[in-house]
Design a protein around this ligand. Sequence first.
Ligand code: HMG
Ligand code: MG
Length: 309
Amino acid sequence: MDLPRKVKLVEVGPRDGLQNEKETIPVEVKVELVDRLTAAGLPNIEAASFVSPKWVPQMATSTEVMARIARRPGTLYSALVPNMKGFEAALAARADEVVIFGAASEAFSNRNINCSIAESIARFADVARAAKDHGLRLRGSVSCSLGCPYQGEVEPSAVADVVRRMRDLGCDEIDIADTIGVGTAGQVRRLFDALATEFPLERLAGHFHDTYGQALANILAALEAGVSIFHSSVAGLGGCPYAKGATGNVATEDVLYLLRGLGIDTGVDLDAVVDAGQFISAHLGRKAASRAGNAMAARRAAAGTTLTP
Ligand code: HMG
Ligand code: MG
């Protein structure tokens, strides 16, 4: 199959990336990060999550962040919501899209959202109805689609089952998430080929964490399967710096570099994303986890070119 000519990138750094940071990040830093990503042309930014602050303290300022970001018409600002309480908060914060997040593994569902897969779908049904009533876009995320930290292997049939249930709830888009970054290219290809019979391929997304260094290869495999929506995190944000081996999503800069080389259009300004990555990494006091981003920043430094303001 020919590769897609266009790809939609969903930037998840402000949510999936920052949610793992132990130190509280000031609202103004989060806002500046989102604003830089907006200015870079990212069409969809996952900017917030309305979950229990006891579970994920870093996301407790989501309402303030959503109130202060400079929204660009046409850019979608998404928020994770596990239940109606989260939905009400996302609605009040003017999220364009709400994301219900389930899992293909019972063990992970219980640990992440404290309920079984079946219970989660029942909760999501209320959210889905409310989203439709208010004209909000609805996205579903399926964690552990390529492996689970607790149960190990996950059967494609278990992923397909959750995809079907999310489809029946009316999801506009469904994310196939490799939460712990264990999947490999052949497995990714087979999974998307199987899922294409359950849900339109053009509305399935690849959400790959890069823990085992497979994410770019997995994106290429998914592109070859016809997938054209990918999630990525500026500077490769994510993972816990104190948990050995845990890493974030594939870096947006690296994905953009790959796609540019393939001649695939994203409408995103790679240089501006490199700046955003260097900005947040400087704030966090560590090097960006983006090979392409760091290489481009180093070249600029050698050439004496300053970062754009
Ligand atoms: P629970 O304890 O079963 O819920 O948690 P509950 O309904 O019994 O409520 C307990 C307390 O939480 C109550 O407060 C509620 O008000 C509060 P208390 O009375 O004790 O003071 N609460 C909330 N507060 C704010 N916003 C809410 C909310 N809901 C309840 N929406 C719950 C269930 C789902 C709430 C909890 O487990 C939770 O918040 N989990 C968060 C999970 C999370 O955010 N995980 C990270 C995101 S998922 C992810 O990263 C994966 C993804 O990237 C894809 C991939 O890579 O796999 C998407
Ligand atoms: Mg994730």
